[in-house]
Design a protein around this ligand. Sequence first.
Ligand code: SF4
Length: 518
Amino acid sequence: MLDKLKELGSSIGLNPADWSEQDIEEQKLGWYPGHPTPDDPLRWGRTFPEGARETLQNTQMRRNLGYATGKIRTKRNTRVEELPDWEELREAGSLIKRNTLAHLPELLETFEQKVTERGGIVHWARDAAEANEIAYSIIAAKGVDEVVKVKSMATQEINLNSYLEERGIEAWETDLAEMIVQLSHDMPSHIVVPAIHRNRSEVKAIFEARMEGRPRFATNEPRELAMAARAHLRKKFLSAKVAISGANLGVAETGTLAVYESEGNGRMCLTLPETLITVMGIEKIVPSYRDIEVFSQLLPRSATGERMNPYTSFWTGVTEGDGPQEFHLILLDNGRTNVMKDEVGREALKCIRCAACMNICPVYRVSGGHAYNSVYPGPIGAILTPQLLNATDRKDPATSLPFASTLCGACYDVCPVKINIPEILVHLRHTITEANRGGLPNAWDVAMKGTSSVMSSGKKMERAGNAMKAGRLAAGRDRKIGHIPLPVAKEWTGTRDVPAPPATSFRTWWNDEHEETK
Ligand code: SF4
């Protein structure tokens, strides 16, 4: 039966070959199966080409993604164009972040001191295991079996929800898109819009099958779906004793933290429960309170195309009679100090997680976030994931990520903190290639050596140009060369057509044209 269904799905271009019973069940319920929760959210186990081969079969996802990224891009461009000093703001954001990284140890110590002075409790976590254990021990001490959560990439990165679930604690995601991902037993595919790969019909099906109380909807109108989510979440907000959040930034000068969000769920989580636990990557620090001015302009415009997020929450330690009366801050390293060691690669730590690079990237927009096999997809994921994992061995699937790019540079153009992503991609490609030298050269090494030798000699280039003309014989009527079953050439032509070489090389044409002037 399972085989028959898989066959049927494949025949209509929907169904990857390795769907499980649960995947088939989800397809019957009305949505394309999600990606199961991996053991390590940074490394799901497959290379980018393997992941993309599967995601490219999901035509519905590609339609959803194309529509949603197009909309966000247009909004972002409108909001950016109305600021005459946008380039100066980008420069300021970049310099503040670079300065932060240069003084990170001192700034973190000041930040810890300020948070502590204001009644917060600071914990340091070297890795995901330590961060999860700290969060769990705080929650367990409160004797609760449920917590509410604000959308946070740091807690996704450490797989906190699964860790708590295995210990009998349910972590309820309260961001609408994050909730859709959670209910469909899926992984996020975008860092700002985690369910960007879903359309409203799928969301309706997910809510009807998995939301508490199994609501039924007359239509798939966003308002109707959002109202059901609102009613479901309100009960959680009012009963939760503990909330977990991330932070968009932390101010060293004052010990203040900030969360920018659009739905108000963050504000509820940050103010209603008695205890708040915030997990923040150590690179999220900014030196002074005035720096907020810069990021409050850069982030909303780049992330959602808004002048300002509808809800921007700031808090500093604990305030008597107002908001959570116990505040724990977990400062997460998890590979960041390793990234700091690389002078070129460390620029990735300037990232403010706006996702503008994803929305513009021609590779991400077609392949989707799950192809990257990490919670950090798109151009920033391609440079951040391998560095956080210190991945250089070609056998590590994360080393495929820096190669998942056309190097078109669009990500650099839109990045609000001017991270030169193409430069870091090339740098990481070089590092990975160098780290895997030794042993017998493979076909690519031989081909690259040969190309290098030909391209550094005018005479050899001329001979190669003449020899290439023979390639015209291999071209079809459309003047394209298809699959060539030879080493190296078969990898290149396996996914792309090569145009037939011209009948005359540039060199020959030039000589003919200038014959009389010789
Ligand atoms: S790399 Fe730049 S554009 Fe991409 S998410 Fe980070 S800040 Fe945004």
